[in-house]
Design a protein around this ligand. Sequence first.
Ligand code: ATP
Ligand code: MG
Length: 631
Amino acid sequence: MTAYADFYRQSIDHRDAFWSEQAKLIDWKTQPAQVCDYSNPPFAKWFVGGTTNLCHNAIDRHLKDRASQPALVAISTETNTERSYSFAELHAEVQRMAASLIALGVKKGDRVLIYMPMIAEAAFAMLACVRIGALHSVVFGGFASGSLASRIEDAEPVAIVSADAGSRGGKAVPYKPLLDEAIRLSRHKPAAVLLVDRGLVPMDLVAGRDHLWASLREQHLNATVPCEWVESTHPSYTLYTSGTTGKPKGVQRDTGGYTVALAASMKHIFDAKAGQTYFATSDIGWVVGHSYIIYGPLIAGMTTIMYEGLPTRPDAGVWWSIVEKYKVTHMFSAPTAVRVLKKHDASWLKKYDVSTLKALWLAGEPLDEPTAQWISDALSVPIIDNYWQTETGWPILTLANGVEQQTTRFGSPGKAMYGYHVKLIDESNGEELTQPNQKGVVAIEGPLPPGCMQTVWRDDERFVNTYWKSIPGRMIYSTFDWGIRDADGYHFILGRTDDVINVAGHRLGTREIEESISSHPNIAEVAVVGVADSLKGQVAMAFAVPRDASGLTDDAARLKLEGEVMKQVDTQLGAVARPSRVYFVTVLPKTRSGKLLRRALQAVAERRDPGDLTTMDDPAALQQVKDLVGD
Ligand code: ATP
Ligand code: MG
């Protein structure tokens, strides 16, 4: 057996021994008495009886050996600022923030909502919350009042931490008016609002409720706030899923299991060492931001980079200039960002010395082979796909290069990670598929490993009903993604279970069709949806963003490219998969986290109401589609 295969088997066959070993990667105040309590499936309690603190493991633990090493580097190409905080400085800032929150009435178990741009104070706020045992609930700064209000109602925060404004493309985006409106809309009112004034736009303060960070910080300059030792099962935070398929789910995470899971992933998956530098380009509003901008790298004693700005401003070389300047060793991004870069010249990526990079990890959406190949050629570093969910907190499928170096197969996020008892389930009868190359729903037999969601915030019933299916004696968690596993254990994600279309009795994954279309040299990005058809049940319809649209000014040119694309699908997949139409657009409708909103596209293509669009990024994207398909 290979080293990784053995490691994986240990994690499944000797679960408690395996995780008890991993638990040694972190500091405990009290050692756990029991590794896993699964007496009430599907609810798993990890490291029962242990007490620990997430902030202690991220900061205080490193003060002995690396107090003066940079812990957090906040870079903004929006305000042209760069500021580095050593572990000692971060420790001081977090205590100032913690003391300020306590002064505003926040106690252990209370929720604090964080609605912030990508600035260092957002990290201070998250770390300050877990330091005092309060739960943070970060809401992506790009959300408007309505989405924010519903999250305020759900989390019922005692305090909200926010700022005057974010910035995008060099333009200030005011936050404070949206926050005021959200609080007005919400039935729940926070007692206090703590505001970072970046000096970007003027702010009106509400007397008695609003407080400025600068003055509270001044009052608590020398604050000492010890870490609150909490039960391993004490929730650390709540966070919403991206809302790609419908109403977002409030994921609740524990403390001990999450800290252990992240420490283990830094070692086994990222092969990371203290003193190295991690740059995740995500946002703190998403799970990648929680696990791999803030907590994972800091737990590992690394320097983490927080970036505010676009990947293409001032030019498409900006991320790689950061890699060169800070000698970044680990970089984490998303396919959607790579597709943005792909519209620019690859020479931007070759301009800088990126030889310090061990790899570029990508997650969040299917990484199609042509995109993986493009970025691999442009950077000449290993590209590692990894598949997971807000619910799981860390990768389900990828490569564990810290255990054993394995080769990437483009198109596949890789193997089942230790701790995840991954199965493929036949949708029609619920049976497990055991042969290679059979298509099924990617599922995980309970208990979920440490670090995964404990429950849906305040809704155990929704947790059980949404995700779990019982089969005699066991409970199975569904990812709602459709996949396949080859004979070597490499998995391929074929799309979401909602994205399967049925053309004249043939079940097709929209992902396969998209992959075929995006291998055309002039297609940067494409979305395929199934559209109702009186004859065939459903037909595929494609919306594609050309790499170079300059030649597509007339119908003849568009028809020619459409014909080429259709022909390509015919030869690669067969005529049943051929889209009925290929429409060309400049932008596709996406969630704020960069995921394709196929459900909205499909609705518009079928001339239906697209439903809840609160998580959508750019409304103009859907308007283009409406204009093309007609009313
Ligand atoms: P919601 O659950 O609210 O509809 P969401 O599923 O988009 O939203 P996230 O938790 O942000 O919310 O995304 C997880 C999903 O993203 C996965 O279930 C999968 O569909 C997709 N995904 C993530 N990483 C990959 C990957 N490497 N390859 C393919 N798909 C991926
Ligand atoms: Mg989901």
